[in-house]
Design a protein around this ligand. Structure first.
Ligand code: ATP
Ligand code: MG
Length: 320
């Protein structure tokens, strides 16, 4: 009987090895699909398919009597054809081993036998956790087979991850995150018209808790007042005004005791001076406020605003 397991193996760890050994008790041959094979050099997928191939094959060489195939499987971003895509690439298999509910569903629909696998100390043995430990210089080697550590060493994998965290594929938030890591800067944000989008982007970066302390969505006037913006300022200048964006930045910075506070207020539409936005940045020494006038839908205005906020932040971080 041939059993299939598909994973990204970024990197191949002891959890994966334990699962493969379990499958070997039930199957005479194991088909190992390396998923997302087209990806490499990103934080989620730092290692290329060939490198992952090497990690797995070197480790399994030690497992005498284990018969297996390793096949890279690129993504097809259409779930309805995914199983056929896998079938076209790998040797025929009788049973699929997975804990992923969607993978399970897709193979069940094609009438495969699907089996779950017991999780082997998932808190520690997870690719994401191991990648995190790698760029933090924590002890990651004990979580992976020795042969995998050798491959990572050979390709200078830790340095790659550390570079990626600063430069990953032109993503502005990664660039900003890298600068904040490097300069040990902490940030908090108060967002009105962007509805939390800036906080979302800033927390998309792994390990963002090291610099992102908190965000508040201060959508209504009342929410702005609750953060500490004075009623007078709102009455005198209106809630979409440079004064309010600056007060938002100041108050959120104080409340969270961060180096930087960002305040955003604007009209995303349909009413008001649609597209008018103010973005403020306050630090101990700086007080920046920029005004913008964007065109587009509500969503586009939100996106353009966060892009500009990240630019302001980047410029500031590069300067200090
Ligand atoms: P990432 O955190 O990057 O998603 P991962 O550790 O989940 O990595 P994958 O390559 O996504 O690894 O997983 C491949 C397969 O291995 C999945 O079916 C997953 O459920 C299984 N697996 C991952 N970790 C363990 C573990 N600790 N014990 C048992 N099975 C595991
Ligand atoms: Mg996973």
């Amino acid at each position: 009987m041939r059993g299939l397991i598909i994973g990204r193996f970024q990197p191949f760890h002891l959890g994966h090895l334990s699962v493969i050994k379990k499958i070997a008790d039930e199957c005479d041959t194991i088909v190992i699909g390396i998923g997302s094979a087209q990806h490499s050099h990103t934080l989620e997928n730092p290692f290329a398919a060939g490198e992952r191939y090497l990690m797995i094959s070197k480790t399994l060489k030690k497992e005498k009597n284990l018969s297996y195939y390793i096949v890279p499987v690129e993504d097809v971003n259409r779930y309805d054809v995914w199983v056929s895509h896998v079938e076209a690439l790998v040797p025929p298999f009788d049973v699929v081993y997975t804990n992923n509910p969607l993978t399970k569903r897709l193979f069940l629909e094609k009438e495969y036998r699907v089996k779950g696998m017991p999780m082997y100390d998932r808190k520690i043995y997870s690719g994401r956790e191991i990648r995190k430990k790698m760029w933090r210089d924590e002890n990651w080697k004990k979580l992976i087979p020795k042969q995998v550590a050798e491959v990572i060493n050979e390709i200078d994998g830790v340095k790659r991850l550390k570079t990626l965290i600063k430069t990953d594929i032109h993503v502005p938030e990664n660039k900003v995150a890298g600068l904040m890591f490097e300069k040990n800067i902490k940030i908090s944000v108060a967002e009105s018209c962007t509805g939390g989008l800036l906080s979302h982007l800033l927390t998309n970066v792994p390990d963002s808790s090291r610099y992102f302390m908190g965000g508040r969505i201060v959508y209504s006037d009342n929410a702005k007042k609750m953060l500490g913006v004075s009623e007078k300022t709102i009455e005198a200048f209106g809630s979409v005004s440079p004064q309010v964006s600056l007060e938002l930045a100041k108050k959120i910075r104080e409340k969270n005791s961060t180096d930087i506070g960002i305040g955003i207020t604007g009209f995303a539409g349909p009413s008001g001076d649609v597209g008018k936005v103010y973005i403020a940045l306050i630090s101990e020494k700086e007080k920046i406020c920029k005004s913008f006038k964007f065109n587009g839908s509500r969503e586009e205005i939100k996106e353009r605003t966060t892009e500009e906020a990240l630019k302001i932040l980047k410029k500031y971080l590069e300067k200090i």
